[in-house]
Write a protein that binds this ligand. Structure first.
Ligand SMILES: NC(=O)CC(=O)C(=O)O
Length: 282
């Protein structure tokens, strides 16, 4: 199968978890009716985003239980099954059995089975004096593993938001054969205009793969002002679908022939000089 349709759902999450889950379900079913095969929700789609919120919204779930074992994972499993799609469930605050908190993405197949779990590896600790300070590591633990999952179209790699800033993750995933990287991500009105599109396109051009980044919508009342601008970029680093900051959805046809085409035209995969920079060799 050489193409599929991806949908990014840009939602604003409010304080009510149940309402956030209902809204996500409505949009996932709508995207599926419109022909999407792989649907992506944003980072922290079931809760507001912020260090003060993670513990209140965190859920413990078992990664081996088909159908999900917590409120949000059960809802995600059912969404995927009812919509008959692959569903990348943005991220949710997770509490491990030992009590540690993680920012975690779950992925569901069309049978509603959990096929991947990615815990955000690089925590968002930044300091823009006078503008914004954020320290996810004050409450969250960092994930320790790269994550990819199989689809009928090829392997897809996962990262969450700040993970996008680390080219190594996408580079290794692409070298392992991933056709796309997907990042649920909540940049903000300080870092978004500076780096969001630049990073999405950079990960695509470096690796000659598709890259999709799915943001929460901006809620003017929220403590954290999400950047929005969810987008899909092709292996030439062309933006093939994008939106502004409000709630909505974008679709893109992912034509896998483009990967082969760009790799023939610009064969960097065969031209790398690991003899010159052995530090980054396989
Ligand atoms: N919220 C994040 O994890 C990352 C972010 O906003 C940024 O890198 O900028």
């Amino acid at each position: 199968m050489s193409s599929f349709k991806i949908a990014l759902i840009q939602l604003a999450a409010g304080a009510q978890k149940a309402a956030n889950l209902t809204k996500a379900r409505t949009k996932v079913l709508e995207a599926a009716r419109n022909g999407a095969n792989l649907i992506v929700l944003p980072e922290c789609f079931n809760s507001p985003y912020g260090t003060q919120h993670f513990a209140n919204y965190a859920e413990e779930f078992h990664t081996t239980v088909a159908g999900g074992s917590s409120e949000s994972t059960q809802a995600l499993s059912k969404m995927a099954q009812d919509a008959q799609v692959y569903l990348i469930g943005g991220s949710i605050p997770e509490r491990s059995r030992e009590g540690a908190l993680f920012n975690t993405c779950t992925v569901w197949d069309p049978q509603g089975t959990l096929v991947a779990v990615h815990r955000k590896i690089h925590l968002f600790d930044v300091n823009f004096p006078g503008k914004m300070v954020f320290k996810e590591s004050s409450v969250l633990e960092a994930g320790r593993e790269m994550t990819e999952f199989a689809t009928p179209w090829g392997k897809v790699g996962l990262g969450i938001c700040y993970d996008m800033r680390f080219p190594e993750l996408a580079m290794v995933a692409a070298r392992r054969g991933c056709i796309a990287m997907v990042y649920p991500g909540a940049f903000n009105t300080t870092t978004g205009p500076l780096h969001w599109e630049l990073l999405v396109r950079a990960r695509a051009v470096d690796n000659q793969i598709f890259v999709a980044a799915c943001s929460p919508a901006r809620d003017p009342e929220a403590g954290y002002q999400a950047w929005g601008h969810s987008m899909v970029v092709d292996p030439y680093a062309r933006v093939i679908a994008n939106m502004e900051e409000g709630e909505g959805m974008v679709y893109a046809d992912v034509d896998l022939k483009l990967i082969e085409e760009v790799r023939k035209a610009v064969p960097v995969y065969e031209q790398r000089r690991f003899d010159v920079y052995p530090d980054v060799a396989r």
